[in-house]
Ligand binder design. Structure first.
Ligand SMILES: C[S@@+](CC[C@H](N)C(=O)[O-])C[C@H]1O[C@@H](n2cnc3c(N)ncnc32)[C@H](O)[C@@H]1O
Length: 401
């Protein structure tokens, strides 16, 4: 039975695949393209590790109608029964409405109706005014709507019914930015992997494997170490390798920086101990010892392009990158056993004539892998891409045959 709701991020297919990977296909029900109903108690949703969801909410009820007047009437009757139980102090209330037929003026009028209803019950309340149908993350945080005397109600149209849920957490944008921008070693040349995307890659690789320091995640193209950082914060043991010594130094400096934070699994380790988890090595030939439990990485994406290159140039870059990937997958297949799982973010090129995929993806079976597909997300949609970017990152989940 559904008990929680996830509000998905900019590329919902990634968030859906991530949720399916962690909870299982039978535990999730997408609503439209932007939400997921989750058969998990709110306290069992590890929200801070979900890169693909922006909010998590506790499912309160399904209303068997979508008519705004009826919804307002229901809320005015029911809300005081809940607000009366909140701790003392001024209550702050917000409404976020999705796909229901109500304009902003009417929505703000409903806010005032609810304010009166709660006040009539002896509680003082401030309603956050809606400029849009949805309050933004900053408004939820600033007004402490997930705090003890706060309440953000989500009203989501699902066919002929309305899902009513209460937000319990929103993505901590500042914490993500701090992890990204405050770390000492950064390199624009290798491309900045957003921490949220790193989380999605890790979640797609580990699936529902419980978090433990006995489970090791390897990033064989670790660069500045974003995947390693995020996997460490989730509670996994991490190992990284990269062709360039300079990158290993960067990863090292970033992990040492992270280890100074109490929430890091590396906390208390000295810089030499951290160095032991990092190696200079070519992913097409390196022997990882011991063999990790999972691989999660953004691979080598080839030359970055700000505009589409000419066909000859693109052909050459695609061919070079293809060779590295083919050899890398052969090398991993040599060292791993049947069932070994990994998620790799590989380049996909967005050209005027369409998306060009890595050629290696056509011969995965031959290389010894089955590609994982998802019940609720189309494999073709699992490409992280921003408008005007030439090189996107295609998320490929593989299981060793
Ligand atoms: C796109 S970057 C990965 C960035 C990384 N995710 C991060 O957080 O910084 C690709 C990395 O692959 C490394 N690389 C390229 N070819 C390699 C190879 N054959 N074996 C191992 N690493 C390689 C590069 O040095 C670079 O650091």
């Amino acid at each position: 039975m559904s008990q929680s709701v996830l509000v998905l991020g900019r590329q919902p297919a990634l968030g859906i695949a991530e949720a399916e990977s962690l909870f299982g296909a039978d535990k999730i029900t997408p609503i439209g393209s932007q939400f997921v109903l989750l058969d998990a108690r709110i306290q069992d949703v590890p929200f801070s590790r979900l890169g693909g969801s922006t909010r998590v909410a506790k499912l309160l009820t399904f209303l068997p109608y979508t008519d705004w007047e009826k919804i307002e009437k229901y809320l005015a009757e029911e809300l005081p029964k809940h607000t009366c139980c909140l701790p003392e102090g001024k209550i702050r209330l917000g409404l976020s409405v999705y796909n229901l037929s109500v304009n902003i003026r009417r929505l703000n009028a409903t806010g005032l109706t609810l304010k009166k209803a709660v006040k009539a019950d002896g509680r003082s309340v401030r309603v956050v005014p809606n400029k849009e149908h949805e309050l933004n993350t900053a408004q939820v945080i600033h007004n402490q709507l997930t705090g003890p005397t706060g309440m953000e109600l989500l009203l989501i149209r699902d066919g002929e019914r309305t899902v009513l849920a209460q937000t319990t957490a929103v993505q901590d944008i500042e914490a993500y930015a701090a992890r990204d921008q405050a770390r000492p070693a950064r390199d624009a040349r290798v491309g900045m992997l957003p921490p949220k995307l790193a989380q999605i890659i890790i979640n797609l690789s580990t699936g529902n494997q419980p978090v433990s320091m006995d489970t090791e995640i390897l990033d064989p193209f670790c660069g500045t170490g974003v995947v390693l950082q995020e996997a460490d914060l989730m509670g996994f043991r991490v190992e990284g390798s990269d062709l360039e010594e300079r990158m290993i130094d960067y990863s090292h400096d970033n992990l040492v920086w992270l280890s100074q934070k109490p929430e890091s699994g590396l906390h208390g380790l000295n810089p030499d101990q951290i160095m032991c988890q990092l190696s200079v090595g070519d992913a097409t030939t390196f022997n990882w010892k011991p063999v990790p439990n999972f691989i999660a990485c953004e691979t080598y994406l080839g030359q970055p392009f700000s505009t589409e290159p000419n066909p000859e140039k693109l052909k050459q870059v695609m061919s070079d990158v293809d060779t590295i990937h083919r050899k890398f997958l052969q090398n991993v297949a040599r060292q791993t056993e049947s069932g070994f799982r990994m998620c790799i973010a590989v380049p996909a090129w967005f050209t005027k004539s369409g998306v060009r995929h890595l050629k290696t993806l056509d011969s995965l079976e031959e290389l010894g892998y089955n590609r994982v597909s998802f019940v609720h997300s189309d494999t073709r949609d699992l490409i992280y891409h921003r408008e005007n970017q030439v090189v996107g990152r295609e998320l490929v989940i593989l299981i060793r045959k």
